[in-house]
Design a protein around this ligand. Structure first.
Ligand SMILES: *Cc1c(COP(=O)(O)O)cnc(C)c1O
Length: 228
């Protein structure tokens, strides 16, 4: 890792623009989430000074300590696994949750959003690869969850999120990104929900994810450097 934060951000934006151009997509259709987990408020402030506004964290407890120390106008997304007993704490901190993986959690989030009087867009995390080590819903369980969408008032199921198996070769993730988009098209057609958002792609594979339809990319290392 080298250079200033601004230089690394410029590189990420160039990679995003090139992937959009290859895929015939508009750059505005893909949003960058800066994943600040393990990094402190000073690094978030530096990123915010370069114009970044959307930050992602993977743990409620870490975010509870960090968010109050960061500039107030930022938007925070939870991208890591959430236990339903922490739903209220998550709703108090985050504007969006990318990692919903059970009906119980969806219902807890609805209750917490109602208590806060806050609209809450969420994504369903789908374990496309079926790896046992991964969080997320098996694809077969998703239609059942989507059937509960009409019961939700403040929680809006805006789309889907996935984490492909770790591999150094980003091309090997392509199949999983494409599969998530195909499943989205299928479930959107069946449920009538737009499911417009696809949260997929990280530092090493976000170009491939953009080519396959990502609307949110979650980038940590390429912006902040290796986590220790
Ligand atoms: C850490 C993390 C990322 C970012 O990973 P990088 O490889 O550092 O870009 C993205 N999504 C989730 C869910 C994460 O936990």
């Amino acid at each position: 890792m080298s250079g200033t934060f601004q230089e690394r951000l410029d590189q990420v934006r160039e990679r995003m623009a090139a992937a959009c151009a290859r895929a015939g997509r508009r750059p505005d259709d893909v949003q960058l989430i800066a994943i600040s987990k393990t990094y402190g408020p000073d690094r978030v402030r530096e990123a915010a000074a370069c114009g970044l506004r959307i930050f992602g964290e993977n743990k409620v407890q870490e975010a509870e300590a960090k968010v109050p120390e960061c500039p107030g106008q930022l938007s925070w997304h939870l991208v890591g696994h959430l236990q339903s007993n922490k739903a209220a704490r998550a709703v108090a901190l985050f504007d969006q949750i990318h990692s919903v993986d059970s009906l119980k959690l969806l219902q807890r989030l609805e209750a917490a959003a109602a208590a806060e009087g806050q609209r809450l867009p969420v994504l369903l995390e789908v374990n496309v690869s079926g790896e046992a080590s991964k969080f997320g819903l098996p694809p077969a369980a998703v239609p059942e969850l989507l059937a509960h969408a009409p019961e939700l008032d403040l929680v809006q199921i805006a789309g889907l999120m996935t984490m492909p198996p770790l591999t150094p070769d980003p091309e090997r993730a392509r199949h999983f990104f494409r599969r998530l988009r195909e499943l989205r098209d299928e479930w959107s057609g069946a449920s009538g929900l737009p499911l417009a958002e696809l949260s997929m792609g990280m530092s090493h594979d976000f170009e491939v994810a953009i080519e396959e339809g990502a609307t949110w990319i979650r980038v940590g290392t390429a912006l902040f450097g290796e986590r220790t």
